[in-house]
Write a protein that binds this ligand. Sequence first.
Ligand code: ZN
Length: 350
Amino acid sequence: MKAQVLYKYDDELTAPSWLSYEDVPDPVISKGSDVIVRIGGAGVCRTDLHVIEGVWRPHMDPNGDALLPLILGHENAGWIEEIGPEVEGLKVGDPVIVHPKISNGTCLACRRGQDMHGEGSFPGLDANGGYAEALVTSARNIVALPKTLSPKDVAPYSDAGLTAYRAAKKATRHLMPGEYCVIIGAGGLGHIAIQVLRAMCAAEIIVVDTSNASLQLAQECGADHLIRADGGEVDAVLSLTKGHGAEAVLDFVGEKGTTAKGIAMTRNAGSYYVVGYGEDVQVPTVDLVITEKNIIGNLVGTWAELTELMELAHRGLVNLETHEFKLEDANDALRALHHGKIKGRAVLVP
Ligand code: ZN
């Protein structure tokens, strides 16, 4: 099959191209629970750029490039092509979306439903992913798609959408009518979070972004207030919230100073959710004691949450803005993402 393969990290992201489009062996069923998915679409994610930069190297590849060559792609959807002998309830041709973490299903985390904390691999980061014509995964990872949804339109939900959903859902568990939620960054994840909040709670949604195009998208997604991030965004949020700040702040950027600003926008006893990443969070502990602000990490989401998100998509309550690229043009899609030229999410289609 054809695939896009990473041979070399590029910590400055300056190489003319990062991935090589070539023929590789077809994936094979090696365990009874394995499933091969023919890829209908693979989402292009900032995490792919971070993998290329080597940000994940200390976690995923500590022993000197042992992981390379690697097929990227962790946001996958398609159709069942082949199933292992132990797989029940799935049949060849079914449209599916793939939960990104292959968990073993038997460890304590898996049994508690915390799939992303279970033992196992994360194709696209530490095993071959979906920038290819097919992908091997496990029956545990498969979420069947309703007939209303086509794989290439939903692929980015499997990581970007799921991450946005989980963080926004946590906020909706405590946000009351009359309260405020700030979204920092209305890009690929942020625009999904706005719709999830709209569908699941009545808080007023304030969106902060540096780009007019993203603010426009935020408005279409249901944001109540738009703030251009021009240096005065903390004051703007404080003035909208009568000086108190928002009960929830969801930071989809996590670098270039947004963490300090996000915490400053959070009301006392409110929660600051870290989703985007890159810089360190620095807060004097005494401030946390006095303000009782919560700082909350977020990692993808559970299989059940991916199922919930597909229900919202099926009902038309969440829509994904996507731009299609051919699989062979993966480098173009990554470069466009790197230069901030993608509105919503890019998807590779074989
Ligand atoms: Zn991703």
